[in-house]
Design a protein around this ligand. Structure first.
Ligand code: L34
Length: 293
């Protein structure tokens, strides 16, 4: 079993980005600038956004964090988005999800200028991804593709099973792995809450992507020996022995699955690290106007 070291990969990629930023600066350009909008006080979102801002500093990007209370009105948040769309100093920005209940996430996503949508959540970027056109790829699937590439894991002709059909992970993942590309060219099955006999599907997977959002859901008896297991889950479970009262665990029961797997991603230190670094890669593209010219 080989542990896929997301932390190490993220460090390598950050060093590559840093070198590009140095070149941009040496030729008189400005560093790429990412803005992040964080609404409310969800502790997990705070950690993720903090990691994003910290990573910007590490690679020499400019960053702006806009924090607003949970009771912000829809119109005010849309005003912030409109301001960022128009600000020529900002190359790309994100609105961290989930938003508080009273806010309309879909309307916010649609309000973001696709040219600055470094999350790749706007339907224009999603559609361009589905058609293989230049676009910003959603950060988590992008990061997983990068992991497969850098670990030389073959995907062509493989049976891939994606568990979960969200529009930010499961669905784009299935599209990217089935398209004619490298990584890609796989035969992809998407499973979800209405799938009958889930284990019969997952046991056929050469590459299993778990993006369900339920702690330790995938057990050893659901996995084919030798499979590549990608754990997208980020679940906080109460643990009185942990120093902050909880511990982080994935959607995969690591103890029973890891001994069977050929490759497996840990949580933390796996996919989450790649999500952050993929956002940086998109922001670099935005700064260089690579996608939309
Ligand atoms: N708009 N909302 C928007 N864009 C995104 O790309 C996200 N996502 C998901 C949630 N909402 C979003 C993230 O940023 C998930 N996600 C994310 C980002 C970073 C990490 C995990 C998920 C991460 O840094 N994970 C660390 C551990 C963090 C911890 O200690 O809690 C890891 O090593 O996996």
């Amino acid at each position: 079993m080989t542990l896929i070291d997301g932390k190490k990969l993220a460090q390598d990629i950050k060093a590559e980005i840093r070198a590009e930023v140095d070149q941009i600066l040496a030729s008189g350009g400005r560093a790429p600038h990412l803005a992040a909008v964080l609404v409310g006080d969800d502790p997990a979102s705070q950690v993720y956004v903090r990691n994003k801002v910290k990573s910007c500093h590490e690679v020499g990007f400019l960053s702006t964090l806009i924090q607003r209370p949970a009771d912000i009105a829809q119109a005010e948040l849309e005003g912030i988005v409109a301001g960022l769309n128009q600000n020529p100093e900002v190359d790309g920005f994100i609105v961290q999800l989930p938003l508080p209940q009273h806010l309309n996430e879909e309307a916010i996503t649609l309000a973001i200028d696709p040219r600055k949508d470094v999350d790749g959540f706007h339907p224009v970027n999603f559609g361009r991804m589905a058609q293989g056109l230049p676009c910003y790829l959603p950060a988590t699937p992008f990061g997983i593709m990068e992991m497969l590439k850098r670990y030389n894991i073959p995907t062509a002709g493989k049976e891939v099973v994606v568990v979960g059909r969200s529009s930010i992970v499961g669905t784009p993942m299935s599209i990217l792995l089935s398209r004619k590309a490298q990584p890609g060219d796989a035969t992809v099955t998407i499973c979800h809450s209405r799938t009958q006999d889930l284990a019969a599907h997952t046991r056929r997977a050469d590459i299993l992507v778990a993006a369900i959002g339920r702690a330790d859901f995938i057990k050893g008896d659901m996995v084919k020996p030798g499979a590549v297991v990608i754990d997208v889950g980020m679940n906080r479970v109460e643990d009185p022995r942990a120093k902050n009262g909880y511990r982080l665990t994935g959607d995969v029961d690591f103890a029973s699955v890891a001994p069977l797997a050929s490759y497996i991603t840990p949580v933390p230190g796996g996919v989450g690290q790649m999500t952050v670094v993929s956002l940086l890669l998109n922001t670099l593209k935005a700064g260089k106007q690579e996608v939309y010219g």
